[in-house]
Write a protein that binds this ligand. Sequence first.
Ligand code: SF4
Length: 352
Amino acid sequence: MARSRPRTLSPARAARLRPLLDRLDAAVDRAARVSADPVEFPRAFPDPDDAEVAALVAVSLAYGRADVFKPVVARVLAAMSPSPARFVEVFARAPAPGAFEGVVYRFNRPPDLAALAAGAGAMRLRHGGLGARFTALFREAGGGPAALRPALAAFAAELRDAPVARGLLAGRGPRGLRHLLPDPAGPGASKRWNLYLRWMIRGPDAVDLGLWRGVPASALVVPLDTHVHRVARALGLTARRDASWRTAEEITAALRRVDPEDPVRYDFALCHLGMSGACPARRDRARCAACVLAPACAGGAPPRASDAPRGRSTPAGTAVRGGPGRRRGAARRGARSARGRTSSPARAPSSR
Ligand code: SF4
């Protein structure tokens, strides 16, 4: 565990950062980015009941590379079609063995997916919706930012511990389901859970769905992945190296100074700044010189005259430069951009 004093963003720094983040956010090509993001699955369902279930399926499987897990999500949702909400409710009453036969993805097997569907169905039948249940748990925990984590932990436990879900795991054990629905009370940053809440609570806008109106966006915690973590460290929003809940909270606290009502509003732009390679893992003076965040970024070293970009730059600050070596680099960055949100390499894959 890294030992560092919590970072605080001074009002002056927060005021400097906000217009830069706004410029970054405005430059994101949302249509293109959403098509590379698992949020495209729930966005395909106009019925809010279907969208909250499709989102749970998509986010639970959103580990590893997006180009690998997205076909798996598509297959699971095809099995639940045309209405994931109705499917899980019927499934919770009478689970159909073999509904997800042949769907295997890394740590997960068909019984895990059946248990996930059954748990979601049981919660919907009992409480009227996943959002209704989460909102009630959030209020029971006191509301406000401090209530988010305990409410989320109770929500995850209730999904996992539904008797019908447990029954489907006889002979398989709970480990696979626990990987799909991890415990937010644990030390990890619970990236996928916080991403689910961002989708459900923020907005509606071009990315997030804004379906759960009873929980304020001000309570959200940033979904901490390796891209957001790296950019946040470069911006001085945290000095912590571990991909923990505490690090996610520290980054959120800094972003709350930029926008107290909506601290995760820049998460999509920051994540895609890293994913696209515009803010690469290895410091690149030329890219920093072209980056809109450079004036407020401690990680962006002042550019030298020789680093000035010679080609075009996108509004987001991605310099486009010639030469075969640079084209190979751009191709590698393009391949990386096809990947999904990944947890920090500081965490073991099995713990994600
Ligand atoms: S200035 Fe450089 S290090 Fe900072 S966010 Fe931009 S590209 Fe990343």
